[in-house]
Design a protein around this ligand. Structure first.
Ligand SMILES: *Cc1c(COP(=O)(O)O)cnc(C)c1O
Length: 419
C-alpha cells in the first residue's frame, strides 16, 4: 500500500498530514515512511523465497540515514558500503560487521585496513592490484580477508549512461575473459580467501533481460572456476532493480526478479548475495516543498519552489522524472515548468509539465525521492543541508537536522595573512 495518500483532501505520510511536518520542521524536507521501508524489505525477501541461501545487503549509498538504516537492520538486512564513511554508518545503525560487504571502485588502503579492523564480512575486489594490497594488509595484521572478484559482464543495462556500470568501457570490475587467470593469482595469495564473484550492471533497470544475461555469464564463470579447482561459495548479484517514477512506468516486480534469479542460479550451490538500494527506498520517501512564487514564462509559467537541485540532484544529473503533486490538490491542472531557486538553468525539476494547479504558499511533494535524494544533497548557493523525517503511524521524528549555511560557514576561516 502507498503510505503517501490523500485523506480528506490532504496528502498524508502514513497518519501524519504533511502540512503538520511543513509547519513544525519547515521546508524543504524529506519525509520517509517506516511502514513502506519495512514492506519493501519484506517483499524483496519474499521474492527470493526459492533461493535457499541468501544474504541481503542494503546499498546504503541510496539512503544512508541512520534512522532508515536502523529500520532495515531490524528487517535482517546487512549493508553494501562503498566508503569508510558508509562502513561506520552501517555499524552505527546496528548492522553486524559480518553482514557488511565493501564495494567501491577506489577503496583506499586505509579503507581496506578499516574494513579488516572492523571485521566486515566481504570485500568486493575491483581489480588485481586492489586484491594484492588487501592481501598484504591482511597478512600484516595476521588476518584473512574474505573476498570476491567483481566482474564486468559487458552487457548493456539499458538504463541512463551515468548509472550504467556493466559495459566493458565502464570503470567497474574486470572483464570476464581475464577473470579466471586473475582469480588463480589472487587465490594463491596468503591473506586472501577468494570465495566467489560479484556483479552489478547498473541502476534503475526496467528490464530483467540484461540482468539475466549478466547472471548467465557469471554462472559459466563459476563453473569454469570450479573446474579450475576453486572453492566457490558466494556470488554477489548486486542491485539495480528499477522503480516506478511516473504513471505508466512498469518495472519488473520483486517477485519476477526473484523468480528469474531462482531459475538462472538453481544449480549454482552458493550463498547468493544481493545489494538492493533504490527498489527498497525509492518509493518510501517524498521531498516536501513550498511554492514560493509562480512567475509568468514565455510559454508556460514557472512554479518556483523552495527545494532546489542541491536538495534533489537527480533531475539535474540524469534528467530524472519525479512526480510533482500538490499536498492539497484543488482538482484543477496547469502546465508549468517547476524550478528551484538555485542560479542554474539546470535547477529545473520539470519542463512544461501538466501538473496540479498550485499557487504561492501551497505545499507540494516530489515523489519517489527516498533513494539517491537527501544523500546527494549539497549546500550549493549557501543553502542549508536538507533535513529528513521518518514517519511511523501517527508519530514522526526528525532523523536528520537541517544544517544551516552558518554552520557550514563556521567551519571555514579567512587566513590572517590576508589583510
Ligand atoms: C549503487 C550500487 C548498488 C545499488 O543499486 P540500486 O540500483 O540502488 O539497487 C548495489 N551494488 C553496487 C556495487 C552499487 O554500486
Amino acid at each position: 500500500m502507498d503510505q503517501f495518500a490523500l485523506r480528506d483532501g490532504v496528502l498524508h505520510a502514513e497518519d501524519i498530514p504533511l502540512p503538520r511536518i511543513a509547519e513544525e520542521v519547515g521546508t524543504p524536507v524529506y519525509v520517509y515512511s517506516r511502514a513502506m521501508l519495512e514492506r519493501h524489505a519484506q517483499e524483496f525477501r519474499d521474492g527470493l523465497k526459492d533461493v535457499p541461501r541468501k544474504h541481503l545487503a542494503f546499498a546504503i549509498k541510496s539512503n544512508p540515514n541512520l534512522g532508515v538504516l536502523r529500520v532495515l537492520a531490524r528487517q535482517g538486512y546487512g549493508a553494501d558500503v562503498v566508503s569508510g564513511g558508509e562502513l561506520e554508518r552501517a555499524l552505527a545503525a546496528g548492522m553486524a560487521p559480518e553482514d557488511i560487504v565493501f564495494s567501491g571502485v577506489g577503496k583506499t588502503r586505509a579503507e581496506l585496513a578499516q574494513g579488516l579492523d572492523r571485521g566486515i564480512g566481504q570485500f568486493n575486489i575491483e581489480h588485481e592490484p586492489e586484491g594484492i594490497a588487501l592481501a598484504e594488509i591482511a597478512l600484516a595484521k595476521e588476518m584473512t580477508a574474505r573476498a570476491v572478484l567483481r566482474v564486468n559482464p559487458d552487457v548493456d543495462a539499458g538504463t541512463h549512461a551515468k548509472i550504467s556500470t556493466g559495459k566493458a568501457d565502464n570503470k567497474f570490475g574486470v572483464g570476464i575473459d581475464v577473470a579466471p587467470a586473475m582469480f588463480d593469482r589472487l587465490a594463491a595469495l596468503p591473506g586472501l580467501q577468494m570465495r566467489g564473484i560479484a556483479v552489478h550492471i547498473g541502476s534503475q533497470l526496467t528490464s530483467l533481460d540484461p540482468l539475466e544475461s549478466a547472471f548467465t555469464r557469471v554462472g559459466r564463470l563459476v563453473a569454469d572456476l570450479r573446474a579450475g579447482g576453486h572453492n566457490i561459495t558466494h556470488v554477489d548479484l548486486g542491485g539495480g532493480l528499477g522503480v516506478s517514477y511516473k504513471p505508466g512506468d512498469n518495472p519488473p516486480s520483486m517477485a519476477d526478479y526473484g523468480a528469474m534469479v531462482a531459475r538462472v542460479t538453481k544449480d549454482w550451490d552458493v550463498t547468493l548475495m544481493f545489494e538492493p538500494g533504490r527498489v527498497i527506498a525509492g518509493n518510501t520517501g517524498v521531498l516536501l516543498t513550498e511554492v514560493l512564487w509562480v512567475k509568468p514564462g514565455a510559454t508556460n509559467p514557472f512554479v518556483i519552489v523552495d527545494a532546489a537541485m542541491n536538495d534533489l540532484a537527480r533531475p539535474a544529473l540524469y534528467d530524472a522524472y519525479h512526480d510533482f503533486v500538490a499536498v492539497q490538490p484543488s482538482g484543477e491542472k496547469m502546465t508549468a515548468s517547476i524550478v528551484g531557486p538555485v542560479c542554474e538553468t539546470g535547477d529545473t525539476f520539470a519542463r512544461d509539465r501538466v501538473t496540479d494547479k498550485v499557487e504561492a504558499g501551497d505545499l507540494a511533494v516530489f515523489r519517489t525521492a527516498g533513494a539517491y535524494g537527501a544523500t546527494m544533497a549539497s549546500t550549493y548557493n549557501s543553502r542549508s543541508l536538507v533535513p529528513e523525517v521518518l514517519v511511523d503511524g501517527d508519530r514522526y521524528i526528525k532523523v536528520a537536522d537541517r544544517i544551516a549555511a552558518s554552520t557550514i560557514m563556521a567551519a571555514e576561516r579567512v587566513p590572517d595573512w590576508i589583510d
